[in-house]
Ligand binder design. Structure first.
Ligand code: HEM
Length: 139
């Protein structure tokens, strides 16, 4: 029951984080082309104020719940080495942890990443992570 609750928490926090990235990359970017600069800055300001209180916390929750799920579902490493599931889950975990650390440094410590400062890279990584989360059970 605990595992299922944490997994639900993982999925909902990922939904909030992924939804933010989707809106930012696909909706707001389009708005930039149609709205006046002033109107766009205004809309962007609203979006930022609303999301700033929720999204970083959702990302942290996704990472913390992910660490628990990883700890419970990774399993032991046999003498034959890592299974395909363990390899893909590890790649997913590393990408997720990197997103988490990057996000926390950016939001809570104001430390900007050296490269890819926009939300494009996190959006692409979330799509890859979600795909991995399904493929890992099929290989
Ligand atoms: C922040 C980016 C992350 C995203 C977008 C993400 C997304 C997902 C999704 C969509 C699932 C599949 C749920 C399902 O099929 O029902 C999942 C499951 C899982 N995630 Fe994440 N995750 C993230 C971070 C992490 C991290 C950092 C870890 C580990 C350190 C992790 C570990 C897991 C594990 C172990 C599962 C499998 C749970 C199961 O099927 O029982 N995730 N994740």
């Amino acid at each position: 029951m605990i595992y299922l609750s944490i997994k639900l928490l993982h999925i909902f926090s990922v939904l909030i984080y992924g939804g933010f990235l989707f809106t930012d990359n696909l909706i707001l970017m389009r708005m930039k082309k149609t709205l006046s600069k002033q109107k766009y800055e205004e809309v962007r300001g609203y979006f930022k104020n609303f999301t700033r209180a929720i999204v970083p916390k959702a990302l942290i929750l996704a990472v913390l719940s992910g660490i628990y799920l990883f700890h419970t579902s990774f399993g032991t490493i046999s003498n034959d080495g890592l299974t395909n599931f363990q390899i893909l889950l590890s790649i997913k975990a590393i990408l997720g942890l990197w997103l988490g650390i990057r996000g926390v440094l950016q939001v809570f410590f104001g430390i900007q990443p050296f490269v890819f400062k926009s939300h494009k890279l996190p959006f692409i990584l979330v799509i890859i992570i979600v795909a991995l989360s399904q493929i890992m059970y099929g290989v």
